[in-house]
Design a protein around this ligand. Structure first.
Ligand code: DAL
Ligand code: ZN
Length: 276
């Protein structure tokens, strides 16, 4: 009887067929997914998909959302030199003290609207985790009367023309909504100065604050739209969805985002006895 010999197969015979089938399967899947055979077309389809990930901000077409642009209780509210807060003496009803922590110094005991406060605390953690130091909260919610005092002080200090570039009149400051925060990182210097934008922390805030729902509201390039000089320290909480779309579409002002007219100057009817 012929002796049976042990069955020996070369690895190519053992692994070859499943490998070929797997490659064929993946190719078929790609073809099914993209409806094309050539790699060039697949690449083109992938590029188109990547482009589509820059989301269109159709949110601004929604009547429900647009109605909120004048609502000071909404994170969508737009306040500028044409858009006084209504009512002008508005006070948010959900102000909370921003929590001091290892990553955030709120020794001034300032308050913000609840959602903005939590977002700022979260951002301070992100900033510190990125090795950018401890966030200091310089200014947050400001009442109508306090804003009036600040504006008068700026006029005395700089003259009216310069004051108008630096400070809002009472009733026209985002700070009155409880959604704006002025921040610094004292160990890096330039607190509440334009050079803050060139510090590592200022750059980090410019690049990452959107992830927490903030925008840097007054850029170097946007004075002709907002009427204010560069303020790399002034963050406006707009909510994570708007901030994400704002960032993804390279938007520079809320006016542009919402399709509103530029507001470089107050309208001529604006007369505020407390803040002229
Ligand atoms: N400094 C900003 C413009 C404000 O006063 O609200
Ligand atoms: Zn500010």
């Amino acid at each position: 009887m012929p002796q049976s010999t042990p069955l020996y197969r070369r690895p190519a015979f053992v692994f070859g067929p499943p490998l070929v089938m797997a490659i064929a399967g993946v190719t078929l899947l790609i073809q099914a997914a993209f409806g094309a055979g050539s790699l060039g077309v697949v690449k083109q389809k992938l590029e188109t998909l990547a482009e589509a990930e820059t989301p269109a901000f159709t949110i601004r077409e929604s009547d429900w959302v647009r109605a909120k642009l004048t609502d000071p209780n909404s994170v969508f509210v737009v306040v500028n030199k044409h858009r006084q807060i209504n009512p002008k003496s508005f006070e948010p009803n959900d102000l909370v003290k921003v929590q001091s922590s290892k990553t955030l110094d709120n020794s001034r005991k300032l308050v913000l609207s609840q959602e903005a406060a939590s977002a700022l605390e979260e951002m301070a953690q992100g900033l510190s985790a990125a090795g950018q130091g401890k966030l200091f909260l310089n200014s947050a919610y400001r009442s109508y009367d306090y804003q009036a005092e600040l504006f008068i002080g700026k006029v005395k200090q700089y003259g009216k023309a310069e004051a108008l570039l630096k400070s809002a009149r009472a009733g026209y400051s985002e700070h009155q909504t409880g959604l704006a925060a002025d921040v610094s990182v004292p160990e890096q210097g330039c607190a509440i100065l334009a050079c803050f934008g060139n510090t590592p922390a200022g750059k980090w805030i410019h690049e990452h604050s959107w992830k927490y729902g903030f925008i840097v509201r007054y850029l170097e390039t946007t004075t002709s739209t907002t009427g204010y000089a560069y303020e790399p320290w002034h963050l406006r909480y707009v909510g994570k969805e708007v901030a994400r779309l704002y960032h993804a579409n390279g938007i520079q002002t809320l006016e542009e985002f919402w399709g509103l007219p530029p507001a470089p100057d107050y309208l001529s009817a604006t007369t505020e006895s407390t803040s002229n």
